[in-house]
Unconditional design. Structure first.
Length: 104
C-alpha cells in the first residue's frame, strides 16, 4: 500500500514531506461513517452503544500504523541519502589530510 506522504526533493539538500491537506478531514469522516454503519448492527443485536465506537476506533489504529510505516520508510530513505553524502565528505576530508601530511 502506498503512503499518502510524498518525498519531494527541492534545490540542494532541502527535502520536504507533503501530504494531502484534507487528510485529517478524510480520516474523521471515515471514522464517523464507520461508527454509524457499525451502530445499526449493534442496535439490532442489542449490544452496548460503545461497541460501534470501539469498532470504528480500530480504523484509527490502522491509519496510525500506516502513517508510522510511511514515516519510517521516509526516515530510511533520508538516512540512506545522508549516509552516502557523509561518506563522500569523510573521504574528501581524509584525502585532504593525507595531502597536508605529505607536504609537511
Amino acid at each position: 500500500m502506498r503512503s499518502r506522504l510524498h518525498w519531494i526533493h527541492r534545490k540542494g539538500q532541502h527535502v520536504t514531506v507533503e501530504r494531502n491537506p484534507t487528510y485529517m478531514g478524510e480520516i474523521f469522516a471515515k471514522f464517523l461513517v464507520l461508527a454509524f454503519v457499525l451502530a445499526f448492527p449493534a442496535r439490532l443485536l442489542h449490544w452496548d452503544s460503545w461497541t460501534a465506537v470501539a469498532g470504528a476506533s480500530l480504523y484509527l489504529f490502522w491509519e496510525l500504523v500506516r502513517v508510522s510505516d510511511a514515516l519510517g520508510e521516509l526516515a530510511t530513505l533520508w538516512n540512506e541519502q545522508y549516509l552516502t553524502q557523509q561518506e563522500t565528505e569523510r573521504a574528501e576530508y581524509l584525502r585532504k589530510k593525507r595531502e597536508q601530511r605529505g607536504e609537511q
